[in-house]
Design a protein around this ligand. Structure first.
Ligand code: ADP
Ligand code: MG
Length: 264
């Protein structure tokens, strides 16, 4: 039995239906224009297929990244291209660009950004998070007060909180990468967590496979008001270098001009 002629879909109509069936809305949208260019001899058949598929693919990429960024709950979006490395000369740009290649994620390492307020710790942590989302990794951001590890040192950890954080860190240890930012040196963690035993156990795991980036500069937030700030705030060195004798060497190079906090 054959269908009446006027009910047989044309090839173009069938392609449309297929694109709907395959859930390719962007390709469907672009189809007519691509066919027109094909008919006018502007592009060949291969290029037409290529354009159709890449239109769809870029839509999917964009929405994947958008969803990934939403799930990551980054407080604001920051990028490496938006970071002014000339403002932070103690920071080794190549070292940060190497981190952005995300080898540390594959190796389940912990990246620590240490430094005084406003020196770009959260910016860099966020920018690495954005790179990871783009690369298809799942990322989750939150502050220590919300639970974990941005801004260690700003708020006292509630009693028993150190134990909870230890459980999280232990669960991720050698299984998933983490990025931590803190304005306090490792030596002060006992005080931050209100428990020296927990702090030592935490650091034991957090520094085993670690990259420590110490930023020794002044606050980017205060750059226009530097002359109004007292000297001790304006200048660096708020961070006491840590002395974790039990710690293995971090991978990667130490900052060019800064102290080498872990090579004690
Ligand atoms: P921290 O976490 O070290 O306290 P942030 O990363 O939150 O500091 O930086 C404070 C603000 O200054 C943010 O808006 C950040 O984007 C911006 N900022 C910091 N350092 C730089 C820099 N070197 N280049 C561009 N923006 C910067
Ligand atoms: Mg911060």
């Amino acid at each position: 039995m054959s269908a009446p002629l006027d009910l047989i879909p044309t090839t173009l109509e069938r392609i449309r239906q297929d694109l709907v069936g395959l859930k390719m809305p962007r390709a469907l949208e672009a189809l007519d224009a691509i066919v027109r260019r094909l008919e006018q001899g502007e592009i060949g058949a291969l290029e037409a297929i290529d354009t159709l598929l890449s239109e769809e693919l870029s839509l999917r990429e964009n929405s994947r990244i958008k969803t990934g960024l939403r799930m990551a709950r980054l407080s604001t979006i920051k990028t490496l291209s938006g970071f002014d490395f000339t403002f932070q000369p103690s920071l080794d740009r190549d070292r940060i660009l190497t981190l952005a290649q995300l080898g540390f994620v594959a190796r389940c390492e912990v990246v620590h950004f240490l430094g005084p307020p406003g020196t770009g710790k959260s910016h860099l942590a966020t920018a690495l998070g954005v790179e990871a989302v783009k690369a298809g990794k799942s990322v989750y951001f939150c502050t220590l007060a919300d639970l974990i590890v941005d801004e260690i040192g700003y708020l006292p950890v509630v009693s028993g909180g150190g134990n909870l954080i230890f459980q999280l860190v232990n669960a991720r240890y050698e299984k998933g990468a983490m990025i931590l930012t803190s304005n306090r040196g490792f030596a002060e963690w006992g005080e931050v967590f209100g428990d020296a035993v927990v702090a030592t156990a935490l650091l034991d795991r957090l520094l085993h496979h670690a990259v420590v980036v110490q930023i020794e500069g002044s606050s980017y937030r205060l750059r226009q008001h530097a002359e109004l700030m007292p000297e001790h705030v304006r200048s660096k060195a708020l961070i006491t270098p840590p002395n974790p004798a039990h710690v293995s060497r971090p991978r990667g190079r130490p900052p060019k001009n800064g102290p080498e906090p872990l090579r004690t």
